[in-house]
Every structure is written in C-alpha cells, then in structure tokens.
Write a protein that binds this ligand. Structure first.
Ligand SMILES: Cc1cc2nc3c(=O)[nH]c(=O)nc-3n(C[C@H](O)[C@H](O)[C@H](O)COP(=O)(O)O)c2cc1C
Length: 201
C-alpha cells in the first residue's frame, strides 16, 4: 500500500486473465479520487478452505490475505455469477475471511459489491447471495449504488477497458459511497480523515 490516506482492497470473483470483473476493478482504480488507493489482491493464491489448516492462524498466504483486509479501510468486490451463484473461488476467499466466527476481519468493514456477466442478470443473483453472506459475517454492506453489468462483452473493448460512460459513472459513485460509509463507521482512524479532500463532484 502506498501513502494515500484511504485504502480499498479490490477482490475479483474471476481468475481469468481477460476477466470483465477485473476490468471493473481496473475502472475503479482509474476513477478513484487521487486520495484513494484501490489495490488488487489475487484470491486465486488461496488454498481451498480446510478447517484442519486453521490452528496456528492458518497458511501464511491466508494470514496475509486477512491482514490485507484488516489494513484496508474497505473492500470492493467485483464478481460474475456462475450458474446463478457466487463463484467458488470467491466463496472460498470469503470462507477464510469469515473465520474465526464473531472475530472476522470483515466484521464492521465496509464492503461494496459490483459485477459483470455475459447474460441478462448483470450478476444480480450472485450479488444478492454475496450481500447476504457478508451481512451474516458482520460486514457493513454498502447498499447502493448497485452496479450490475449485463451483456458485459458489449461494454468493454478488446483490452478489457470499460468503455460505457454510464457504468463508469456508477463505479465512481460506488467508490464515493464506500468512502462515505468509512467516514461513518471509522471516524477516528487517521486513514479515513479524508473529509477535507473528499470530492463533492
Ligand atoms: C461455470 C460458469 C457458469 C456461468 N454461469 C453464468 C450465469 O449463471 N449467468 C451468466 O450471465 N453468465 C454465466 N457465465 C458466463 C459468465 O458471465 C462469463 O464467463 C463472464 O465473462 C465471467 O466473468 P469474467 O469475465 O469476470 O470472467 C458462466 C460462466 C462459467 C465459467
């Protein structure tokens, strides 16, 4: 993480190189105000959740993942839906982050969700399920704006850059909403002392 005062950890529910959802996260990086760092973390490095691995804090890579969540002001997730559900790789990451019960690093952490799919749903089913899971863990799920991207292949160019101005604006607003929620729930943290520089545009 660099010296920017406000940190958002970005997670994608797709490991694919040309993933549209990673494209959404890149757009969030581009559109974030200059006082916000959006840092991507690859959840594909995490092993399958196994409760036998938990004693002693779990594998090092899992500990680093949890630390990254802990050190971030907020988390931003972009996910497709697979067969109408949350992709396994993301469910696996959330399972690790949810532990130990009642003391998850996601507890009281603002988390925003968005998603892109090739179909018509825009990832609505996966997002609904994910919001439910995050709420159960105790995360503060940022309620809106909802960023649902159907027919994703139509709004990205060949380099997987998001070209749709309307969706780019929704993502910009979502990043601002994340910052707002952090100000509400982390008022004493130095890294959320961003009100003086926050954008009102
Ligand atoms: C296992 C699997 C299941 C999928 N199920 C759905 C689905 O339920 N609805 C949908 O719109 N697209 C579905 N798709 C297509 C995805 O929307 C498409 O692969 C999308 O590009 C995935 O996001 P990504 O570009 O970030 O990898 C599925 C794809 C896979 C691989």
């Amino acid at each position: 993480m660099d010296n920017k005062p406000f940190r958002i950890l970005a997670l994608a529910g797709s490991l694919r190189q040309g993933s549209y959802n990673r494209g959404l996260l890149r757009a969030a990086q581009e559109l974030a105000p200059d006082w916000v760092e959006v840092q991507f973390l690859d959840i594909g490095v995490l092993p399958f959740f196994n409760q036998d691995l938990e004693p002693g804090g779990g594998p090092e890579v899992v500990q680093r993942f949890k630390e990254a969540i802990s050190n971030a002001n907020a988390v931003l997730i972009a996910t497709p839906e697979y067969n109408g559900a949350v992709p396994g790789v993301l469910a696996n990451a959330i399972d690790w982050a949810s532990r130990p019960p009642g003391h998850s690093v996601l507890r009281n952490k603002p988390v925003a969700v968005m998603g892109a799919v090739l179909g018509r749903s825009g990832s609505a089913n996966a997002q609904a399920a994910l919001r439910g899971t995050l709420g159960r863990i105790g995360a503060i799920v940022v309620p809106d704006p909802q960023v649902l991207v159907p027919h994703a292949s139509r709004v990205f160019d060949e380099q997987v850059n998001l070209r749709d101005e309307g969706i780019r604006e929704q993502i910009r607003q979502l990043v601002e909403a994340v910052a707002d929620w952090c100000r509400r729930v982390q008022p004493d943290e130095p890294s959320s002392g961003v009100s003086a520089t926050s954008s009102s545009s």
